[in-house]
Design a protein around this ligand. Structure first.
Ligand code: MLT
Length: 267
């Protein structure tokens, strides 16, 4: 657990790596870090080699720009190359899903299968762009703690808020520890990202879509639309979970992910 690698582009990325066998790379959302995936990397050990990086600007990775979805995807490609991985199952939650779409656009040869968790293919609306600018200002003025305060409610579902305050506190700490450069860079990258809806019918690798039933940020209807547009995809809705479905209901999330990986391993 907890390695550092410097890519040919000069950026240093931190990552966790657990298990052996078919590689599975897991990409965190905004403003998370690789510890988001701790409930998966520990549980999926028998299903493959789980690699969970801190995206540029988050966790222990380097913070220098440039920031864009394509740049995050190139970083992931560079990491896989350094680790000698020719093809991986690529999973992303929320912003991590946006990176997975960018990787599919740029380097589909690297993608063995996709796991799209609590994410959406569409670009930001004008209203969302306006909110991103407000969040940038909040980050500059109040730091990551202020951003964490603003984001935490939407990050989890009503069930988790009511029943699991310790999880909410832990997630708040993760958000509040994000570097301000990384927050601002990611907001810019999300604002600038292209619409990936047209990519969906081109996805010809096995695809698992997972969404928390109570996800308010990337609601179930967005996942249903992705499921309809991606040929042969599988959709799993996790009851009692919100936007961070992998953290909120790890057993249910790991069960569907484990089944999907196991079917791939025997394919
Ligand atoms: C995330 O969890 O990555 C964010 O909610 C994504 C976004 O703000 O679009």
């Amino acid at each position: 657990m907890g390695d550092l690698v410097t890519l040919d582009s000069g950026i240093t990325l931190a990552y966790d790596e657990v298990g052996t066998g078919n590689p599975v790379v897991l990409l965190h959302g905004f403003p998370h870090n690789r510890s988001l995936w701790a409930p998966q990397t520990s549980a999926l050990i028998e299903h493959g080699r789980c690699i969970a990086p801190d995206l540029r600007g988050f966790g222990e990775s380097g913070r220098e720009g440039p920031y864009s979805m394509d740049q995050y995807a190139r970083d992931v490609a560079g990491l896989l190359e350094k680790l000698g991985v020719e093809k991986a199952v690529v999973g992303g939650l929320s912003m991590g899903g946006y990176v997975a779409f960018a990787l599919w656009r740029l380097r589909p040869d690297l993608v063995r299968a996709l796991v799209l968790a609590d994410t959406r293919p569409g670009a930001d609306s004008p209203e969302t762009r306006r909110k991103r600018l407000e969040t940038m200002a909040l980050a500059r003025e109040g730091g990551a703690g202020a951003v964490a305060n603003a984001q935490i409610t939407g990050m989890v579902g009503a069930t988790t808020r009511a029943q699991n305050p310790a999880l909410v506190d832990g997630l708040h700490q993760m958000l509040a520890s994000a570097p301000v450069e990384g927050i601002i860079g990611a907001l810019q990258a999300m604002m600038d990202r292209p619409d990936s809806t047209d990519l969906l019918p081109t996805i010809d690798v096995p695809t698992l879509i997972i969404v928390g039933e109570e996800d308010a940020l990337t609601p179930v209807k967005e996942s249903r639309a992705m499921h309809a547009a991606i040929p042969g995809s599988r959709l799993e809705v996790i009851p009692g979970a919100g936007h961070c479905s992998n953290l909120e209901k790890p057993a249910a999330f790991n069960h569907v992910l484990g089944e999907f990986l196991s079917a791939l391993n025997y394919a």
